[in-house]
Design a protein around this ligand. Structure first.
Ligand code: AMP
Length: 305
């Protein structure tokens, strides 16, 4: 059963420095990157808050893609701000500043269309807020959650409560290790699975992604690119491609989940080609499908034993 996809997470104004340049006042945030990717696959409903300084025209392209922005509310104050830096190892973001601003006391009340969404993504944001959304959704088919070190360190108890309530956890390699307090990735994933979720997807930047479930492991590479410009949002874009494909097909079988992970990797590979989500704005579905097919060629081999 295909259906609408609800996302809650940050909508931000970012300042990002990479070895190739810098961009101040870029529109970003986990929920926005997710939505920019997922909206190529399925109808998305976004729940988040922005302040008076948010340039609304930067997200106008989402309305043209059938995204419901009625849950994106504006409050007095400043938009969530994040400042980060990447060194030559583009797999790891170094947070320089985080200002929650209007997210500090945001407590959304979902309307009936949001509550009825069968697919839910709790993008990286305060786990209290993720749980508040979980409390209100009616009977989703699939709920996935992402997080980061900021919340693992600052709100661990609430985060663990949230994780117990979801089907799928999607997180970066370093964060999987930190969350599970376990250096070995396989054991870290097993520990997270023991808390309740049915699957864990570990994102590994340029090394791809690995999916762990009970008795099931799947690894997808990252697409080999000659130049990575700005990795900001790659993880959220990955999740957007994966969840968007699942919501579009309505098929949660293991084989389809593998395809969804490859669609996630394909979307992430586009996002890093330009600053902010500029590449996602001009991306078309045929381009995504072409890259998906290239993944198949990239990973295909014949066993001779
Ligand atoms: P990613 O590169 O996919 O891990 O996500 C980057 C996005 O995460 C940026 O656009 C930031 O605005 C957002 N972000 C950074 N820190 C936080 C945080 N503590 N909570 C929610 N979103 C954040």
């Amino acid at each position: 059963m295909s259906g609408d996809l609800l996302v809650v997470g940050s909508v931000a104004i970012d300042s990002v420095e990479t070895p190739f340049g810098r961009e101040d006042e870029a529109v970003g945030g986990s929920a926005l990157y997710f939505t920019a990717a997922a909206s190529l696959f399925a109808p998305v409903r976004l729940v988040a808050v922005v302040g008076e300084d948010f340039p609304e025209e930067r997200v106008a392209f989402l309305a043209e893609r059938d995204v419901d922005l009625s849950g994106l509310v504006r409050r007095p104050g400043r938009t969530f701000r994040w400042k980060g830096r990447y060194g030559f190892d583009l797999n790891e973001a170094h947070t320089l500043e985080t200002h929650l601003n209007v997210f500090e006391d945001f407590a959304p009340n979902l309307d009936p269309a949001h509550r009825a969404c069968p697919y839910v993504f709790l993008a990286n944001i305060d786990p209290d807020l993720q749980q508040r959304v979980l409390d209100q959704v009616e009977s989703p088919r699939l709920v996935a959650l992402d997080t980061m070190n900021f919340w693992i360190e600052g709100k661990r108890r609430s985060l663990l409560e949230a994780i117990e309530r979801v089907d799928l956890v999607v997180l970066n390699e370093a964060e999987a290790r930190m969350l599970a307090d376990e250096a070995n990735l396989v054991r870290a994933a097993q520990r997270i699975l023991a808390w309740g979720p049915r699957g864990v997807v570990v994102k590994r930047g340029e090394y791809g992604a690995i999916y762990f479930a009970d008795g099931h492991v799947f690894a997808a590479p990252a697409y080999p690119l000659e130049q990575v410009f700005d990795p900001t949002g790659a993880g959220d874009t990955f999740a957007g491609g994966m969840m968007g494909y699942l919501a579009n097909t309505g098929n949660l079988d293991p084989d389809n989940l593998r395809r969804a992970i490859v669609f996630g990797a394909a979307m992430a590979s586009f996002n890093v080609e330009d600053f902010s989500f500029r590449r996602l704005e001009r991306l078309t579905y045929p381009e995504v499908a072409e890259r998906f097919r290239r993944f198949k060629a990239l990973t295909h081999f014949e066993a001779d034993v």
